[in-house]
Design a protein around this ligand. Sequence first.
Ligand code: IMP
Length: 184
Amino acid sequence: MVLVFVTGNGHKFQEASCLFSQMGIDLEQADLGYPEVQADSLEEVAEFGIAWCKEKLKKPCFIEDAGIFIDVLNGFPGPYSKYVFQRIGNQGILKLLDDKMNRQATFRSVIALQDGLSTHLFIGETKGRIAHEAMGTGGFGYDPIFIPEKNDRTFAQMGMEEKNQLSHRGKSLYKLVNHFKERK
Ligand code: IMP
């Protein structure tokens, strides 16, 4: 079986391919540059994007939208994570939390699948904390400053398989894989 992952993010595609190949499903990347609306929830962003992809691609496909929600900042940057990363990056986030004791944060991932008939959402969440400094060279985005719970290393200090076992995206992808398994 071949499934299309619409994304321009090579890291996301590699993470998904790594997990899918273990399940015997081939993944194809389509970099369509779908429009990402600015909305108050990842679910809205994903639903808007997949409706656009459905029209454009006209075959079963999925997209994924992620964000980091920091407790002491009332969930900021959340759905605005991409914009905030581009503007202030990890050093900016570390500065915002400079004097904060509470460093709890949650990474969320929302996958929207269009299977030709309807749209399905699959959600993955990983709780953790923001490190005091950036650590590690792997992964992308906020990986060097996010430490998943029950761990003392950031996502950037882990290999892809280990990150997939713990991450928000690993969890939403796993639900997507199970959806196909159940339909077999
Ligand atoms: P988007 O899902 O591509 O819109 O991602 C929003 C922002 O979060 C971007 O700045 C990404 O680099 C970042 N991001 C998304 N997923 C991850 C992840 O798994 N680890 C670290 N940063 C991520």
